[in-house]
Design a binder for this molecule. Structure first.
Ligand code: SF4
Ligand code: SF4
Length: 329
């Protein structure tokens, strides 16, 4: 099913959806754009936020359950996440969700990840405005979304084309049909034109295909890359696929078990009891990060561990990018 929504009707649609579930969308916060709970703010589809919407599926800090001592035994209380509709996720981030689903769905199955994942409706935005650092098209992760969405938005001059990709998406379009208009052929032509332009922009950039990156990994100078890296972990915390975490129990005798995001780039991540650390130097840690994305995750899931969203490039204060890795043009 495909419908057209005029731009001035978007707040009405979101308000109606907001009555049933939490709507998360890209909104202006100060001078920047970020995914946040929508409470009537203007939507900003211009910029892909630095923090990925996968943050709402795998948050930086999450209570897994509460533990309470009761008559000498522990009782565990799980907190059910609220149902969410995540609007404006771009195709690269949807592909990142597919990778996370494989990683957390492989034994041992992570039911606490899927508790959030199953309560999330994904309303993806076809990408007609790639950022300077994006290279999704070289890795087959954008700018056009093909499958895996519940709803798919394409922004046009006067409104949005909205397609359903699941029974939930179809139900939403049917329930709010009074807000929509019929799709004209000019709208479909405008969609194709916008996506073609985005592809053209992305494909005109230096090729960062998996093979080229893998070739560069074989000859990379990890020591000098390590000397430049500040070991701040920024690249991993903005990555929609990075998913390292730590578990903390907060409170004695009663308290909460937390899952907190961690980073393999940080020096303490692989340190073991007694102080032994198999990845002591920053160079060794960067090497592990790249090989995880382009070799280990593909071996384990069949999917690449990078979708070319470019966030790690734009966040890095040390300008660690394809130039430091020396990927040939
Ligand atoms: S963001 Fe840059 S400086 Fe910071 S850890 Fe990553 S590569 Fe190193
Ligand atoms: S490695 Fe960088 S470009 Fe690739 S998905 Fe992560 S943040 Fe995006």
């Amino acid at each position: 099913m495909i419908v057209f929504l005029a731009k001035d009707k978007l707040p009405a649609l979101l308000s109606e959806l907001n009555e049933m579930l939490e709507v998360v969308a890209p909104v202006r916060i100060g001078n920047d754009t970020a995914f946040a709970t929508w409470v009537g703010q203007p939507i900003d589809f211009e910029k892909n936020p630095q923090i990925s919407p996968t943050e709402f599926l795998l948050p930086q800090r999450e209570v897994l359950f509460k533990y309470i001592q009761h008559s000498g035994r522990y009782v565990f209380e799980e907190v059910e996440p609220k149902s969410k509709l995540i609007l404006g996720m771009r195709p690269c981030d949807l592909n990142a969700v597919k990778v996370l689903d494989k990683i957390f769905g492989t034994e041992p199955f992570d039911k606490l990840y899927f508790r959030r994942r199953r309560s999330a409706i994904l309303a993806v935005l076809n990408c007609s405005k790639p950022e300077e650092t994006c290279f999704c098209s070289h890795l087959g992760a954008g700018p056009e979304c093909i499958d895996g969405f519940d709803l798919l938005f394409t922004e046009l001059d006067s409104g949005y084309l909205i397609e359903s990709g699941s029974s939930v998406g179809m139900l939403i379009l049917k329930e709010h049909s009074d807000l929509f208009q019929e799709v004209k052929s000019v709208y479909l032509a405008e969609k194709n034109e916008r996506i073609s332009k985005a592809k053209e922009t992305l494909n005109s950039r230096p090729n960062l295909s998996k093979d080229k990156i893998m070739g560069a990994l074989e000859t990379a100078d990890w020591e000098s890359m390590g000397n430049n890296c500040l070991s701040c972990g920024g690249c991993t915390f903005v990555c929609p696929i990075c998913h390292c975490f730590n578990i903390l129990d907060l409170g004695v005798p009663d308290g909460e078990r937390l899952r907190c995001r961690d980073s393999c780039i940080l020096s303490g991540f692989s340190r073991m009891a007694g102080g032994v650390n198999p990845r002591k130097s920053a160079g060794e840690r960067i090497r592990n990060w790249y090989f995880d994305k382009f070799q280990f995750i593909p071996e384990n899931t069949g999917l690449l561990g990078c979708v070319g969203c470019g966030r790690c490039i734009s966040v890095c204060l040390a300008s660690m990018d394809r130039w430091s890795l020396k990927v040939p043009r």
